[in-house]
Write a protein that binds this ligand. Structure first.
Ligand code: SF4
Length: 460
């Protein structure tokens, strides 16, 4: 890595080494481990019924995957049985019915996302059936952003054409790594040529934005192997790229024990992999959106990052600010007003609950005033890299410096390294701090302070 490259976008391995601590990625505040069983179906019915008829975001979790990737930290069900997917879709339809009844009106969908698992495990008929089932209860608005996650091993240009036909206009592909030895070690072998052809086909079919996920930190990855993967991926010019740090948490995800720890790159190599990736991305016309997310400079996410229009939800960075999210399927998380609600992760409980006419909500959280205030500050930091102190004072009726006196003192620890600047009227995250922004945000996380931190990953 060149010394100039080392500081690209403010990236400084030394600062990451010094300031990195485990913490949530703040797709919500409070983070989902703080949800409790005190919140359930009655809360969803109450908030959904009382909601104004404004557009919504709608998420469906499709957990099925034909084969387990050993690094996986997602909520998935390994199965190759299409009948299981049919039965699951029956259940999702019941859930759509129940929430439609609770809403009392056909709320229109401005943003739709299918995640997993592998939504691409659904065949063409199953995907068409699910889209129709959603649109029948919650009409998809003209111009809605409709995205689907896909596993290139299950996709073909013909399948992508079906996705376009049924209304998808955004595509997200899991690539992870093209190196054959890495692929074999993590039990996910996929062909790079076919994957790049898919991206080209997606573009020709008119997907407005194609996004690609890579992972670094897997066994046998080196700066050279990862650079080769990235160079190959960039030949296809995806609109967005996420380069995730592999979180090795075998206590939470037992399959990760199958990975040879002795061959995993250490923190120094991981920092070098990431630093090299930044150089390549900057030289290829990509902008840094936040943390591990990048987009071509002309992409709407890059433009939103520049104009302060970026938001975070359970799917990551988004341009749709402030929409309530309805959620369907096992483990799915909804946010309606000041209430978070998460479905059961058990397929059996999900099925039984819906068969009995009950919504399968297992836990959640009703935000109190302190959560809302801290959530606002954390999301401002995560998405816009600054907090307007006067605005927060106005919105929450507080004196910021007085209310957050201990937090402001703790933030001083980031100032000498130019990670942030503290002014009388604002906190500004500087370029070097953007890679560590969740460590800055966690200063305001009162719930984390009171808990154990081991369940969360680190930046590197
Ligand atoms: S395809 Fe994705 S969700 Fe399924 S096992 Fe692999 S990493 Fe996990």
């Amino acid at each position: 890595m060149t010394s100039e490259g080392k500081k690209l976008w403010g990236f400084d391995p030394d600062l990451i080494r010094r300031h990195d601590r485990a913490g949530p990625r703040y797709t919500s505040y409070p983070a989902s481990p703080f949800f409790t069983a005190a919140v359930g179906e009655a809360d969803l019915v109450r908030v959904l019924g009382a909601r104004a008829p404004t557009p919504i975001s709608l998420y469906v979790h499709l957990p099925f995957c034909p084969q387990l990737c050993w690094y996986c930290g997602c909520h998935k069900v390994i199965s190759r049985d299409p009948k299981r997917i049919d039965r699951y879709l029956d259940d999702v339809e019941r859930e759509l019915d129940l929430q439609r009844a609770a809403a009392g009106q056909a709320l229109s969908v401005a943003q739709l996302h299918w995640g997993g698992g592998s939504p691409s495990a659904l065949d063409d008929d199953q995907a068409t059936r699910l889209m129709r089932a959603i649109a029948d209860r919650f009409p998809i608005a003209e111009g809605a952003e409709c995205s689907i996650e896909g596993d290139p091993r299950q996709l073909s240009p013909a399948r992508l054409a079906v996705y376009r036909e049924i209304g998808f206009n955004r595509l997200s592909l899991g690539l992870q790594d093209f190196d054959r030895k890495v692929q074999e070690t993590v039990n996910r072998v996929q062909d790079d040529e076919a994957t790049l052809e898919l991206i080209a086909a997606g573009r020709e079919l008119g997907f407005g934005s194609i996004s690609v996920d890579l992972i670094y930190g897997l066994p046998f990855q080196t700066t050279e192997t990862f650079d080769r993967t990235l160079a190959r991926v960039l030949e296809a010019r995806p609109d967005r790229l996420s380069i995730f740090n592999y979180a090795h948490l075998p206590a939470l995800f037992p399959a990760q024990k199958l990975l040879p720890e002795e061959h995993m790159p250490g923190p120094e190599t991981k920092l070098a992999i990431f630093g090299n990736a930044l150089e390549r991305l900057a030289g290829s016309g990509y902008a840094h959106i936040g943390m591990d997310h990048f987009a071509r400079r002309e992409d709407e996410l890059a433009r939103a990052a520049e104009t302060g229009g970026l938001r975070r939800n359970f799917q990551g960075y988004s341009t749709h600010a402030g929409l309530d999210m309805l959620a369907f399927g096992v483990s799915a998380i909804a946010q309606i007003g000041a209430v978070y609600l998460q479905n059961t992760k058990s397929l059996l409980e999900y099925r039984e609950s819906l068969a009995a006419g009950r919504l399968p909500i297992e836990r959640g959280l009703v935000l109190d005033e302190d959560d809302r205030l801290r959530g606002r500050v954390i999301m401002d930091l995560m998405c816009t890299n600054h907090v307007d102190l006067r605005e927060v004072e106005r919105d929450f009726g507080i004196d910021f410096a007085e209310h957050f006196a201990p937090e402001m003192e703790e933030l001083q620890g980031f100032v000498p390294d130019d990670l942030i600047e503290i002014h009388a009227d604002r906190i500004e995250v500087l370029p070097a701090g953007r890679f560590l922004v969740r460590n800055v945000a966690r200063v305001f996380d009162a719930r984390l302070r009171r808990s154990r931190e081991q369940r969360f990953s680190r930046v590197i």
